[in-house]
Design a protein around this ligand. Structure first.
Ligand code: 1CP
Length: 366
């Protein structure tokens, strides 16, 4: 039995006492206990592959803050690793692939991996779900086909991912193949996460915002739309909602809202009230404070909290940052933020749902 349903309820358009709160990268390097567990595991990937230790890391932020959701501890790059690209996380350097897709032969050899090679992720999901024991729902996730392709072609994180964008114009046929393999892989990967116990899903399209409006539709949103259409709609009697997050995608919210998702993540560049006008009333938004805010004074945090609480009043909203929490973020600021936003938003959604109920009742009378 799920004791805290706020996240699932708000994504399903149901009434809640206050908006749920969780933080992207809530388990991570800003927590000393995370760093200790990671050291015990030996490396980041060893941590991802050890279900017990990865579960320990998922629970750590929940022990410190009254958050309303947990997220699978893993990484988006597990999928290209399973495709044989040879993932390595070098200290202080981020992800590096030993065999990036830099010629026709490599691209043509790319295939959907056997999901048994990602069994460690699904085992982690079921171990985490068991350990959570219904405290809060567990979010599963994947990178978007386009964002995965950025790393697969470039081989590492690089400003603007120029090699990927050059391939898009020079050899669209090759990129087409990569995106279609990724799309199929992501459908299978997320479906397996649901079977293992993930209760909501998030698609991280971290680099979709690099694209032109036209290219975004073709190379990023369309494959995500196909994925959403093919994912299991429910599991064991519970609906499985999907949140889509394109960083830098603020100008395309209307088309994202038409993709079949239940939630849309906003980065901090977007005005929440404006975003609400774009997507209409029936969809859930998520976000969107600047992660750097948490390095600011309590006064700065309180002012941002007040603005956000006001902007989300009476709407379906999941409180979050506009991107992942940064290493070095003061833990005390995170605690202050979570406490303030929960106090300031208490009661704000239920009231609105009353309004919606009244409206639908009068619509029924008509
Ligand atoms: O040194 C370490 O301990 C590793 C740091 C780290 C962590 C904590 C990486 C490497 N990944 C993660 C976990 C992770 N990655 C989660 C865990 C759950 C949580 O939110 O608590 C999630 C959801 C991701 C997803 C992810 N990985 C994304 C999409 C979200 C985003 O932040 O935009 C991306 C782009 C990655 C790639 C990646 N993995 C790790 C790093 C440092 C990066 C980014 C590289 C870059 O800047 O391009």
């Amino acid at each position: 039995m799920l004791q805290n349903r706020r996240l699932l309820d708000v994504l399903n358009g149901q009434s809640v006492d206050r908006p749920p709160v969780w933080l992207m990268r809530q388990a991570g390097r800003y927590l000393p206990e995370y760093n200790a567990t990671r050291a015990k595991a030996g490396s980041f990937m060893a941590l991802c592959k050890n279900a017990e230790l990865a579960t320990e890391v998922v629970l750590q932020p929940l022990e410190r803050f009254p958050l309303d959701a947990a997220i699978l501890f893993s990484d988006i790059l597990t999928v290209p690793d399973a495709m044989g690209l040879g993932l390595d996380f070098q200290q202080g350097e981020g992800p590096v692939f030993a065999r990036p897709l830099q010629d026709e032969v490599a691209v043509k050899a790319l295939a959907v991996p056997d999901m048994s090679s990602l069994r460690y992720v699904f085992d982690a999901v079921s171990t985490m779900r068991k350990a959570l024991a219904g405290r809060v729902p567990l979010i599963g996730f994947s990178g978007s086909p386009f964002t995965l392709a950025c790393y697969m072609v470039q081989g590492r994180s690089e400003e603007g991912f120029p090699q990927l964008r050059q391939m898009m114009y020079r050899r669209p046929d090759l990129l087409e193949h990569i995106i279609s393999v990724n799309t199929e892989a992501v459908v299978q990967y997320l479906t397996e996460q649901v079977k293992a116990g993930a209760q909501a899903l998030m698609l991280f399209d971290t680099w979709g915002g690099l694209l032109s409006a036209h290219d975004y539709q073709r190379w990023s949103l369309e494959p995500m739309r196909q994925i959403i259409a093919r994912l299991p709609k429910e599991h064991e009697g519970e609906r499985i909602p999907v949140i889509l997050f394109t960083k830098g995608g603020g100008t395309w919210l209307k088309s994202m809202a038409a993709s079949g998702v239940q939630g849309i993540g906003l980065d901090w560049t977007v005005d929440v009230s404006w975003a609400r006008e774009q997507v209409g009333e029936s969809l859930c938004l998520q976000g969107n404070l600047d992660p750097q805010l948490l390095f600011g004074s309590h006064q700065a945090i309180d002012e941002a909290v007040d603005r956000l609480a006001k902007a989300v009043r009476g709407t379906q909203h999941i409180i979050n940052l506009g991107h992942g929490i940064q290493p070095g973020t003061p833990i005390e600021a995170v605690a202050h933020f979570v406490k303030q936003i929960q106090e300031k938003t208490m009661g704000s959604v239920a009231k609105v749902n009353e309004r919606t109920k009244v409206r639908s009742r009068s619509a029924a009378v008509l």
